[in-house]
Design a protein around this ligand. Structure first.
Ligand SMILES: C[S@@+](CC[C@H](N)C(=O)[O-])C[C@H]1O[C@@H](n2cnc3c(N)ncnc32)[C@H](O)[C@@H]1O
Length: 226
């Protein structure tokens, strides 16, 4: 499974960023909602871990909002991380990169924030819960876990409808057919869960102030504080 995911993202790495705004119709609000959840003063030198960082899109929003943030980007696809390395080339040692499957290993290091965008939904539910628990362990006190991700709706029919609306919307705003087809291909590896069940897992692990900050079509942003 991890090999198929790595292969799917290795193949798309070079063109990934170009297609994003069309494939995520709520792109700005979605990433903005995630960054706005960070409860730290902007001048603080926060330590951040980005799980499934890909080309570094989410990290870039965080780095812009927190100019002194130190960010570790982890991804299973070296090709995707290559794009991130290029994006942050001028940023020096504030940014570091690690090719790894975060669904397999342990999270090492201590962080003020552990963030993820559009990645955890590739894991089976047991692994999602394991990653959330490891994130809890690796966070400093009052640290925050934020997941901006694809989710299931509350029934199969609602999921079908939100997928259909997402597909219509993405074509409406001009996503190219090859990009749509590639996205639908990658979606074969999706293992989405509902927002409600994921909030419950976070609470069970011990996170406080667990909640959903944003939801639109197949996308949601939710978080918890240690
Ligand atoms: C849709 S991209 C999102 C990238 C980035 N976070 C963004 O917002 O654009 C999903 C990324 O998660 C990575 N990924 C999926 N499963 C992973 C795993 N188990 N361990 C590490 N990376 C993983 C993929 O390689 C891919 O780069």
């Amino acid at each position: 499974m991890s090999d198929s995911i790595r292969y799917a993202f290795d193949r798309t790495a070079e063109t990934y960023d170009r297609a994003r705004r069309k494939l995520i119709p709520c792109f700005d609000e979605f990433y903005r909602a995630a960054v706005d959840l960070l409860p730290f003063a902007r001048e603080r030198e926060i330590s951040v871990l980005d799980l499934g960082a890909g080309t570094g899109l989410m990290s870039a929003f965080v780095a812009y909002a927190y100019p002194r943030a130190r960010i570790v980007m982890v991804d299973i696809s070296n090709e995707m991380l290559e794009q991130a390395r290029a994006r942050f080339a001028a940023g020096g040692e504030r940014f570091s990169f690690e090719v790894a499957d975060y669904g397999e290993g342990r999270i090492t290091g201590r962080y003020d924030a552990i963030i993820s965008a559009l990645s955890v939904h590739h894991l089976m539910n047991e692994k999602k819960q394991m990653v959330y628990a490891q994130a809890y362990e690796a966070l400093n006190s009052d640290g925050i876990f934020i997941n901006a991700d694809q989710v299931s709706a509350e029934s199969a029919e609602l999921s079908r409808l939100s997928h259909e609306r997402w597909l219509a919307r993405t074509r409406e705003i001009g996503a190219s057919e090859p990009d749509v087809r590639a996205a639908l291909d990658r979606m074969k590896f999706d293992r989405t869960a509902t927002v409600a069940e994921q909030l419950e897992w976070l609470r069970e692990i011990g996170f406080r102030d667990v909640g959903v900050a944003y939801r639109n079509l197949i996308f949601a942003v939710y978080s918890g504080i240690k």
